[in-house]
Design a protein around this ligand. Structure first.
Ligand code: PAF
Length: 283
């Protein structure tokens, strides 16, 4: 596996792939890799065109609106490199912050994700999606992948990236990969390691509640009753809910009646914020 740390090396690597007529599949991450990330890599490797797979690891300061969250974000570079080596990834890109992030000031150019960022994570974390989209477009320009792979767990992020690529005419296919879960259903996340034992026991209830809610909607229960019951159940278990709503997958607007869509939820256990989602299909 090639370990690339600066932009010139990346350019050389990219040119070598073009010369060898190999497509590039790109998996952007912030490191601290778990099975969810490894599933993204495997999805990239299983493409029929057998692309070269490049994983980036960069904790992007532009998408953190809480400086403490940025400071305590787990950084596990050598373990990450060992995991990617075991998976036979072609290259890992570990850019340094000074080279990749501009000096942030009022003159900086940023990507505006528009109305897709109006609700949910966008409302809870102002500036987060601007920072995310800005770094992702920079990485796309540098890596020039044919395909880029993102997890469905961060559903709003995935939809914003899809829309950005479409609206800005970038010739990149965005591939979504289903959420990887622990055996008890908890969506894998780098932040799960901060849950204490009791919180860890409670955490799978978020997914279980979304599954039950999707099932009740399928069986014809009214949306407001289903959402109210779900909120009560989670609150009674100790969650502090940021949001739990049924949304249109394309616009992420909240739906007011039970229709096909996606349930999106963010809830805190103590200081740890958990995200999850569940599609709703009503026959
Ligand atoms: O999902 C993530 O880990 C990040 O938001 C991403 C896509 C790597 C951009 O920094």
């Amino acid at each position: 596996m090639e370990i690339i740390r600066d932009l010139n090396e990346l350019l050389n690597w990219r040119q070598a792939q073009a010369k060898a007529e190999r497509n590039v599949a790109f998996v952007p991450t912030m490191g601290n890799l778990h099975n969810g990330h490894l599933n993204l890599v495997k999805a990239a490797q299983s493409r029929a065109d057998q692309p070269s797979v490049l994983v980036s690891i960069f904790v992007n300061p532009m998408q953190f609106n809480d400086i403490n969250d940025l400071a305590r974000y787990p950084r596990t570079e050598s373990e990450d490199i060992a995991q990617l080596t075991r998976l036979n990834v072609d290259a890992v890109f570990l850019p340094n912050e000074a080279e990749l992030t501009p000096e942030i000031n009022p003159f900086s150019i940023r990507v505006d994700p528009g109305e897709l960022a109006a609700h949910w994570e966008g409302a809870a974390r102002p500036g987060h999606f601007t920072g995310m989209a800005t770094i992702v477009i920079k990485l796309f320009h540098l890596v020039q992948p044919q395909v880029a792979v993102f997890g469905e767990k961060d559903f709003q992020q995935l939809q914003i990236v899809r829309r950005m690529v479409r609206d800005l005419n970038m010739p990149i296919e965005i591939m979504g990969v289903p959420t990887a879960r622990a055996e008890d259903g908890l969506a894998l996340s780098s932040r799960n390691r901060f849950l204490d034992e009791e919180q860890r026991r409670t955490a799978p209830l978020l997914h279980a509640t979304l599954l039950d809610s999707a099932q009740q909607l399928r069986l014809g229960k009214p949306l407001d009753t289903v959402l109210k019951n779900a909120r009560n159940r989670l609150t009674a278990a100790g969650f502090k809910l940021d949001y739990l709503a049924l949304c249109r997958p394309d616009t992420l607007d909240p739906q007011l009646t039970a229709e096909n869509g996606i349930l999106l939820a963010a809830a805190r256990l103590g200081a740890i914020r958990l995200l999850d989602n569940q599609p709703v299909v009503i026959e």
